[in-house]
Design a protein around this ligand. Structure first.
Ligand SMILES: Cc1cc2nc3c(=O)[nH]c(=O)nc-3n(C[C@H](O)[C@H](O)[C@H](O)COP(=O)(O)OP(=O)(O)OC[C@H]3O[C@@H](n4cnc5c(N)ncnc54)[C@H](O)[C@@H]3O)c2cc1C
Ligand code: FES
Ligand code: FES
Length: 496
């Protein structure tokens, strides 16, 4: 049984399969067909809905999500808003009215998803505590719409609509004033009627469930896992959901750094990174889309062990550690010892990632992160480079060069690091590092880039680092160019 609200009305849905998506539930069981299916893989945004989840104080906070890869059981205690729920009687919501007036729809297939992304932006603006609310900048619009594709209208009229929607009179759909909304589910464990889907609320319950069912798959944001059912048509009938485990959502600050709960979403992680590691935070703006960042977790990105996952190389460059937990107790492991081979990790069958330790930067520490991908928004890395170092009396110390897309696992490049360690950051040292790098890493060829391109690009990023240090000396703003220049590097690289 799932107990939630849909457009202001309470819904109790029984007999929901463990691997049923929000999209299936909406279109098949509830007959709400306004939400469309395009790709069924989180890429196109046609299925975008808004999900209001209770925060610590019980107040609903709305974010956009891809209904095609959101497990239906994750709706428990939430408020789901779809395109059917926006208008107040005959009066359109400002996001809808602006789309009509700006001629921002042609075939209309993407339109419900785009309207829902705009609606979420509108709601965030309306509910903002800031006075006056923050302006709708180009950057915020692009972030809100980065996960929505339109194949026929073109984006200019859609952007016009986004900029115009604030000028329309607000509407009051019934759900805005519905007093019953936002009842948090208070049960310890939610269960599925068909198959097995449990959502423990604390660490002790999660450990007990893992002891009982060590084979059960863990699900967090489902932004990787759900593709196994929508793309590979596998049944996922035994699932343990870690997303609501309180301890896995906490951040513990200690003198040496931060223990970040394994189920922390990327959207919630971003403000934590902004001050100590702006380069890491900047990278997060290029991680998938707004829809994905609000569901995907840090633990899921690591456990998924993709060679092209974005956070593992950065965490390797920062010497992150993991706290693994399970019925047999907890243990700590350096992240560098976690990835064993392609998609194979040191996680035992009954274990889970409870927390990730992010060390506090030491004085003079620098971090640079560059993501190369074909598109800026919502694309997977061809190469990701994360470089950390200190400059001490003119020489480089504690050099950590970590890469994604350059081997079967996210990895460091020890020979290239050795070529720079204790050396002045001059052309000779970097030439030696590039030569070592070309020898020690064996990238693959796939749709995102050939092995040759990846090797060349990784070497070029090292050269870029040298030029940057040469231009800036010992840079204090160590990260400001990540977003734009990373894009430029991509375009330059593909132009040759
Ligand atoms: C459209 C799209 C764009 C994407 N873009 C990017 C991108 O730009 N960069 C990138 O790196 N990734 C990207 N991804 C991949 C995905 O979003 C990330 O890997 C995400 O961080 C996975 O987290 P999740 O919480 O959704 O994991 P889930 O899908 O829930 O789980 C992934 C795997 O980790 C396991 N798992 C989850 N939590 C834990 C835990 N606490 N302990 C142990 N095991 C656990 C699950 O059992 C599963 O095997 C994209 C995915 C999509 C669909
Ligand atoms: S259908 Fe394309 S993102 Fe869901
Ligand atoms: S209006 Fe046709 S896909 Fe956007």
């Amino acid at each position: 049984m799932i107990d939630f609200h849909l457009n202001g009305r309470r819904q109790r849905c029984a007999d929901v399969r463990a691997d049923e998506s929000v999209l299936e539930l909406l279109r098949t069981t509830l007959g709400q067909t306004g939400t469309k299916e395009g790709c069924a893989s989180g890429d196109c945004g046609a299925c975008t809905v808004a999900i209001g989840e209770p925060d610590a104080s019980g107040e609903l906070v709305y974010h956009s999500a891809n209904a095609c890869i959101t497990p239906a059981h994750q709706l428990e205690g939430c408020h789901l808003v779809t395109v059917e729920g926006l208008a107040e009687g005959e009066r359109l919501h400002p996001a809808q009215a602006a789309m009509v007036d700006c001629h921002a729809s042609q075939c209309g297939f993407c339109t419900p998803g785009i309207v829902m992304s705009l609606f979420t932006l509108y709601e965030q603006q309306r509910r903002s505590d800031e006075e006056p609310p923050p302006p709708l900048t180009q950057e915020r619009l692009e972030a809100a719409l980065g996960g929505n594709l339109c194949r026929c209208t073109g984006y200019r009229p859609i952007r016009d609509a986004a900029l115009a929607m604030g000028d329309y009179p607000a509407v009051d759909p019934a759900w805005i004033t519905n007093a019953e909304l936002g009842h948090p589910a208070d049960g310890q464990i939610a269960t599925a009627d068909a198959g097995h889907y449990v959502a423990p609320r604390d660490l002790a319950a999660l450990r007990a469930l893992k002891a009982e069912r060590p084979h059960a798959r863990l699900v967090a944001g489902a932004t990787d896992l759900w593709l196994e059912t929508t793309q590979q048509l596998k049944a996922l009938d035994e699932l343990i959901d870690v997303r609501r485990v309180a301890e896995l959502n906490a951040i513990e600050e200690v003198e040496a750094g931060w223990w970040i709960g394994g189920a922390m979403t990327l959207a919630r992680l971003m403000p934590v990174l902004a001050e100590p590691y702006p380069a890491f935070e900047h990278l997060m703006h290029r991680f998938a889309s707004s829809q994905i960042r609000h569901r995907a977790t840090l633990g899921g990105n690591i456990a998924n062990a993709s060679p092209i996952g974005d956070t593992p190389p950065v965490l390797l460059a920062l010497d992150a550690r993991l706290r693994l937990d399970g019925p047999r107790g907890e243990r700590e492991l350096p992240l560098a010892e976690f990835f064993l081979d392609y998609k194979r990790t040191a996680l035992a069958e009954d274990e889970f990632i409870a927390a990730i330790f992010l060390p506090r930067p030491t004085a003079g520490h620098h971090l640079k992160v560059w993501k190369l991908s074909k598109r800026r928004e919502d694309d997977i890395s061809a190469v990701l480079a994360a470089f950390a170092w200190r400059l001490e009396e003119g020489v480089m110390r504690d050099v950590h060069l970590a890469f994604g897309g350059m081997a079967a696992i996210p990895c460091r490049a020890p020979a290239a690091e050795a070529a720079l360690e204790g050396r002045a950051p001059d052309a000779e040292a970097f030439a030696a590092a590039r030569a070592a790098l070309a020898e020690e890493l064996t990238p693959m060829t796939d749709v995102r880039g050939s092995a040759e391109y990846r090797r060349l690009a990784a070497g070029n990023l090292l050269e870029r680092l040298r030029l940057m240090i040469e231009a800036e000396g010992n840079p204090t703003d160590n990260n400001s160019d990540n977003r734009d220049s990373a894009t430029k590097v991509t375009l330059d690289a593909y132009a040759h």
